[in-house]
Design a protein around this ligand. Structure first.
Ligand SMILES: CC(C)(COP(=O)(O)OP(=O)(O)OC[C@H]1O[C@@H](n2cnc3c(N)ncnc32)[C@H](O)[C@@H]1OP(=O)(O)O)[C@@H](O)C(=O)NCCC(=O)NCCSC(=O)c1cc(O)c2ccccc2c1O
Length: 265
């Protein structure tokens, strides 16, 4: 596959996948999601690869979720393929990160917001730069990930914190994320990729079969969330066409205050 939105590099057992859309803070469109899936599948299929790193280009953002400029009342992109009708194959991307039988490390180099936040949550491990900022934003911009984005997040940070994250849509620093168990380690920004390399090296010294079976075991306990995710994406496809959802999208694009009060009648 010709890669336009993603950089893909394989070296010494490590596959590094970089979302490369820094002008939109590494927001993803349909093509980006398809390229991410392709790269993950390539890393899955390559027996020389023992660990995958997911990160974002530049020093501003890891990923800020769906590209709001590519979002229509039909979802994100008419060419977006499957994805439960939202125009993005996000369900397949989430499933691929979870099911690839190798650890996936999120190297969070900046904002991890919205659907970008969900990506790091699903990864096996997260190492964050001390500049990184974390948060969900869907209810502010007329969207939600009520699958892994809510149910799996609650497994990680607990019910109260997960509800706070979604209901208030605030941003959290890397240190706050560490305190709530949302990330594994915080390092000075300039050390991020050295630290990630060290973690990869430690992983590469371990038995690949043992790691694979452990990952499957960790996944098994939350496998039912896939069904919740299908319901969530199905409902989202209908929600995106509503005036309420479009108010959120338009307010972001027009850089103005959102007004959801009119929908509380
Ligand atoms: C990340 C920010 C808080 C940064 O704010 P800041 O003020 O520092 O910078 P700007 O806002 O000026 O951003 C710089 C530049 O980047 C553009 N940009 C940033 N994010 C996006 C984006 N997601 N889409 C398009 N463009 C983006 C921004 O417009 C600026 O460009 P200019 O040309 O205008 O200068 C802040 O940017 C921010 O809050 N961004 C997040 C925006 C957002 O709404 N994200 C999507 C949330 S919903 C979502 O991601 C989502 C994805 C899914 O795949 C789902 C799947 C299934 C269910 C639900 C899903 C879902 O909800």
């Amino acid at each position: 596959m010709e890669l336009m939105d993603v950089l893909y590099d394989k070296q010494s057992g490590i596959a590094k996948i970089t979302i490369n859309r820094p002008k939109v803070y590494n927001a993803f469109r349909a093509r980006t999601v398809q390229e991410l899936i392709w790269a993950l599948r390539d890393a899955w299929d390559d027996n020389t690869i023992g660990v995958v790193v997911l990160t974002g280009a530049g020093d501003k953002a890891f990923c800020t979720g769906g590209d709001q400029k590519a979002r229509t009342s039909d979802g994100y992109d008419s060419s977006g393929g499957l994805g439960g009708g939202i125009g993005l194959e996000v369900e397949t991307l989430h499933a691929t990160i979870r099911n690839i039988p190798k650890p996936v490390i999120a190297a969070v180099n900046g904002y991890a917001i919205g659907g970008g936040h969900v990506l790091h949550v699903i990864c096996d491990l997260t190492i964050a730069s001390d500049h990184a900022k974390f948060g969900q934003i869907g209810p502010k911009v007329g969207s939600y990930d009520a699958g892994y984005g809510s149910a799996y997040l609650a497994r990680i940070v607990g019910e109260k914190k997960a509800r706070e994250i979604w209901y208030l849509c605030e941003q959290y620093t890397a240190q706050e994320a560490l305190a709530m168990g949302l990330v594994n380690k915080v390092v000075p920004h300039e050390r991020l990729y050295d630290e990630v390399d060290e973690w990869c090296e430690k992983i590469l010294q371990k038995s690949p079969t043992a790691l694979k079976m452990l990952k499957y075991s960790f996944n098994a306990d939350t496998a039912h969330i896939e069904g919740i995710s299908q319901l969530a994406m199905g409902s989202l496809a209908m929600y995106y066409g509503t005036e309420e959802a479009l108010e959120g999208r338009d307010a972001f694009a027009e850089k103005r205050e959102v007004n959801f009060r009119k929908f509380r009648t």
